[in-house]
Design a protein. Structure first.
Length: 554
């Protein structure tokens, strides 16, 4: 699946950063169960996040689960079950036969020896398309550890999916790679799989991580399933990544495509593992090959977090590529529109997770606290422009918004008189949110009359006139651009047309000199829908109404 990101301009490049809802399936347990505890062989401490897999005699996986924060696990035990395998990043895998069932329960505890170094030599299968390297055995040893961690993310969401609140964002950068704007949306779901690759590993290896669809380039990123697939291991060469001073306790596994093909967009990068906490940190990659504007550093990152209850989740993800942006040509004496490539980043982050047993996790994000002046009274709604963030001003003129994704914001407000048309008034206040910090602002909230004066300018008219603001929306609630709006005033029992206008791209029209203390009829229509009519008494200096078009009868 794929999702089109919010558009700032006419995009020539799109991102595939997909966010999906995986509903928890309620599966009744078998009549017999396998239970036990997994512990460190040296310290005897419980090991959370260890994956248990039940196999039959042919090696087919029958069941799997993950240990909780106490190192405990429970699995259905099918009649065909023969062996149980346990693996966890930083520990040597263990395997054992299924024990005898007593009173419906088979008890099997494991002790796992910790690996002194994540780079212990292992037997490897030769990759004919990759050069021999001195660090080959160590790289494959690290790859085995990375696979154990990736598997834990998959089993976690199968066994114990939480309800989460997450952010989705699109950020724009200028040619100097400075962040200049962002759109942030908030949603809720029951999932621990926010980022999903749109194709199988074999298809990525053969066709690359980007494809053209109708002249639009779509970029993909690998998820845990892709990287665990044998096709990925066959299609990439592995090596120990160069040390990174910004990651003093981490070791990296580098991966590059085994074969390059002209015009194909591949990825190369590193999987980073925290050797101290024995946990998967993140996967960082860049796009290579094809026409990808390499100077804009296109690529992506996927970050992992191990929760206290043993669940392993992707908590942050992003894809970065180029976007075509139009603007005036600074090198021309005449003002001509021209295009340039700028960086654009699309992704998301988890805000909050709650598991069925009541356990919760909260991300450390930003916060803004503010006070309002001007016409801002209790009940006024403050909104951050191009986002879903909002707050209601209290009786003391204060507001607070939390869980802010890092980056720049512009403060807007909704005057109570304009609330019906959901019109956000721009203020002069802006700020930059910082992770785990609070920003304090003062906001001068404009009034509905301030808005009317700005829109109408010289056409505002005498005080005996009203300013009529109308928004026309489609049956699905989206703005009805280019809709026809006709306004008639009642006088002595007759109707006189006083305006015939067309809505803008936001579905808005403004009648700056409507007769105050009169009754008017508003008729809105657009091709493909049934017209709608409304009667309004113009008693205030500013009146706002919303008209929703109806589907045309079949």
């Amino acid at each position: 699946m794929r999702a089109n990101p919010p558009s700032f301009s006419q995009p020539r490049v799109c991102l595939v950063a997909c966010f999906a809802t995986i509903l928890a399936a309620s599966t009744p347990l078998a009549a017999q169960q396998l239970r036990g505890t997994v512990r460190d062989s040296a310290s005897r401490a419980p090991i959370p996040g260890a994956v248990l897999i039940v196999f039959d005699s042919s090696g087919t996986t029958l069941e799997r689960n993950i240990t909780n924060d106490r190192g405990e696990y429970a699995l259905p035990l099918p009649a065909a079950a023969r062996r149980v395998h346990v693996l966890r990043i930083g520990f040597r895998p263990q395997s054992n036969r299924v024990p005898v069932v007593v009173d419906g329960v088979a008890r099997l505890d494991f002790v796992m020896p910790a690996i002194p170094t994540l780079l212990e030599t292992v037997a490897i299968v030769e990759q004919p398309n990759c050069p021999r390297r001195a660090d080959g055995p160590a790289a494959f040893a690290l790859w085995e550890q990375a696979k154990a961690a990736l598997l834990a993310t998959i089993v976690s969401r199968e066994a114990n999916p939480p309800k989460v609140v997450r952010l989705q964002f699109v950020q724009r950068f200028d040619r100097k790679d400075s962040l200049v704007g962002q759109v942030v949306r908030i949603d809720s779901a029951s999932t621990s799989r926010p980022f999903i690759a749109t194709r199988a590993a074999q298809e990525f290896v053969e066709r690359g991580f980007a494809y053209d669809s109708g002249g639009v380039m779509w970029f993909n990123g690998p998820d845990a399933e892709v990287m665990l697939d044998d096709a990925f291991a066959r299609g990439y060469c592995f090596s120990i990544a160069a040390a990174d001073t910004a990651r003093p306790k981490q070791v990296g596994l580098g991966f590059t495509p085994a074969k390059r093909k002209r015009g194909r967009v591949d990825i190369e990068g590193s999987v980073w593992i925290d050797s101290a906490s024995r946990a998967l940190s993140d996967v960082v990659f860049r796009y290579v090959g094809g026409d990808i504007a390499a100077d804009l550093k296109p690529g992506g990152r996927i970050s992992f977090r191990t929760m206290e209850n043993g669940t392993v989740m992707i908590d942050r993800w992003a894809l970065r590529t180029a976007d075509y942006e139009q603007g005036p040509n600074p090198n021309s004496l005449r003002t001509r529109a021209y295009g340039q490539l700028v960086a654009r980043e699309s992704g998301g982050e988890l805000v909050h997770a709650r598991w069925p047993d009541g356990r919760e996790w909260q991300a450390m994000l930003g916060r803004v606290r503010g006070t309002v002046t001007g016409t801002g009274l209790g009940g006024t709604e403050i909104r951050l422009v191009d986002t879903d963030y909002s707050a209601i001003v209290d009786s003391a003129g204060a507001f607070e918004i939390s869980n802010l994704f890092p980056g720049p914001y512009v403060v807007g407000a909704i005057d109570l008189k304009l609330a019906d048309v959901d019109l956000v008034l721009m203020t002069r206040t802006s700020f930059t949110a910082v992770r785990d910090s609070t920003v304090t602002v003062s906001v001068d909230v404009p009034s509905a009359m301030d808005y009317a004066a700005a829109v109408c300018q010289a056409g505002l008219g005498a005080p005996e006139n009203s300013v009529l603001v109308a928004r026309v929306i489609l049956p699905d609630g989206s703005p009805a651009a280019a809709a026809s709006v006709e306004v008639r005033a009642e006088s002595d029992g007759n109707l006189r047309r006083i305006a015939a206008v067309e809505t803008d791209r936001n579905g808005l029209v403004h009648l700056c000199q409507a007769p105050r203390n009169s009754r008017v009829q508003i008729l809105a229509q657009r091709k493909g829908t049934a017209p709608v009519q409304m009667t309004v008494d113009l008693s205030a200096r500013v009146e706002a109404v919303k008209l929703q078009l109806r589907p045309r009868p079949e």
